[in-house]
Design a protein around this ligand. Structure first.
Ligand SMILES: [Zn+2]
Length: 165
């Protein structure tokens, strides 16, 4: 490794630079995984919101929605899936930013792991539930799980590193 301050080449595992005394900081092991997954979460979250807005504009333009009907029960049922998409998108963006911000911070690994589990547990439950109902296995649902799984693995790696300290 190389000292970030004086650029002296050092043996791996040193806690301080032998030349200038700068404290050596080891990169958290899950850093890259959390950063990549975090950026993808932000992109997907923003895309989800944009697609939702485009969809709403499209509906309003094509069907001449009367907004006085918005508060009627029919319209509320109509908008529930959209609201769920918005909530998930916002959570994705929030989770993505946390992942990017704390990817190198092992102290926050537990928090990141909680975020991943919040996303993974209902997704798995939904996957099992829909598989039973439709009697077919949804590969798309499985694909949706890959990203939070990467996030979970990255957080777990950081958590392990924190414990080893
Ligand atoms: Zn140095």
């Amino acid at each position: 490794m190389i000292c970030p301050k004086c650029r002296k080449k050092l043996n791996n595992g040193l806690k301080f630079c032998t030349q200038c005394g700068e404290k050596m900081k080891k990169a958290a092991p899950g850093k890259r995984l959390l950063k990549v997954a975090g950026i993808l979460f932000i992109i997907i979250g923003i895309a989800g919101i944009i697609l939702y807005i485009i969809n709403i504009i499209d509906i309003v333009n094509n069907y001449n929605v009367d907004f006085s009907l918005l508060l009627s029960s029919d319209m509320i049922i109509f908008f529930i899936p959209g609201v769920i998409i918005i909530i998930i998108s916002i959570f994705y963006i929030f989770m993505g930013f946390s992942g990017v911000k704390f990817c190198n911070n092992t102290e926050k690994a537990k928090l990141l792991k909680c975020f991943a589990l919040i996303l993974i547990i209902p997704s798995i439950a939904l996957l099992i539930f829909s598989s039973i109902i439709t009697k077919t296995f949804s590969w798309i649902s499985l694909f949706i799980l890959i990203l939070p799984m990467c996030f979970l693995v990255g957080a777990q790696m950081n958590l392990k590193a924190k414990g080893a300290k």
